[in-house]
Design a protein around this ligand. Sequence first.
Ligand SMILES: [Zn+2]
Length: 444
Amino acid sequence: MNEPITEFTSKLPKLSDNQKKVLKLLIEAARLIVPLYKKQENHRFEGANFYPHDATREEITKAAATNFEILSPYSVVERKGKELIAIPYHLKYAEFLEPIADKLLKAASITDNKDFAKRLEFQANALLNGTYDEATIYWMKMRPYILDINIGPVERYNDKLFFTKTSYQAWVGVMDGERTARVLNFKNIIHTARRKTLMPSEKVDFYEKVQIRVDDLLIFSGLISRTMFLGVNLPNDTNLMEKYGSEITVFKQSIDYRVKTEVLPAFSKVFSSSFQKEFDYEDIRWGTLYFTILHELGHTYLRYRNSERNLEDLFPIIDELSAYVLGMKLAGFLLLKDVLTQKQLESIMVAFTSRCFELVLNESNNKSKIHYTIGGAIFVNFLFETEAIREKEGISWPNFTKMFVSLDQLATILERILSQGRREDAEAFIKKYGDMKVLQRFNI
Ligand SMILES: [Zn+2]
């Protein structure tokens, strides 16, 4: 496998000399994540290197019943004699973490933005002492700054055994002020409209605390360099998110990369040629940017306190797909307000459908994204079953209304599984619609 690092040559907004110096240190810190992430990654085992390779699900669950640290997102499980023990990341990986923290502290000492300095100090401390929540809380409270870094153990996708252990990753970005402002306007319209549909007793104040930004990227390292996420919505911890809000970050460079290498090729492959003529490159690019943003906004409406516990390892499949489907459904509000045209909403759906096909058709190359791949299969199979899309010399949809109605149905089912379902409900649903093999007939 290639190195888990991607550096981008992005055209940046004008930065001060101070900001440039800080940025250089942040990039250096992000690069140091690579060897650390490689210690954790291992695709030959469902539990990667988070657990002893010979330990079974049952054995780990049993050990976790008496030692909660076993299933902490921030510990490595090892075998000591007959017992399983948990070693916190910050102790296990101390030698890798110290030089990273040094870079962050150096950046903190020179930046002329006091809040950002404090944030970097919190992040350095989190790496060295495991105080991740404190760092997150400060991050959520501070006003967004033009420079951004996220560094540490965050996403759980490589733990296919329990979806619990986090992998190290980092990104460094610079805010695109103009696009950020446009997207904030989208968010405000959706929130206002969504509020109208809520009962007075439902809690809405959390949505006010969602920050959103569009960034030019400098570097991805660790897990995020494998997944090449188009956007993220952090923190992952529902309790922290409810209390302190969340920050959505959308990455322009990974969107452009995805469109060229994945979305567009799949679009040309699966859609009928007459349907293809209705959409050009800019439509697909635009659609990809906005399904990403809507997906992240969708996440903020889908945080149910017990869904992770109820759905267990199947949670991310349902959760990720729900966020996409609900996101596109929320775009209906933008249509009502004339902020989006039907053509634009269709571009979003075309881009997302292409993306789903790409994942399914290249399943074997998408090991880190298996949750999304299964979700993609569900989406397409559901559209076929409800006859929203049809196949005739490639796929197409005969009318937009059918697409939107089908999408609305799917959103309702997924939201129910998330809010009230159990693991067996999710399993049955995935079994019914998650068949990838049937879709791989398009791989010609
Ligand atoms: Zn997501």
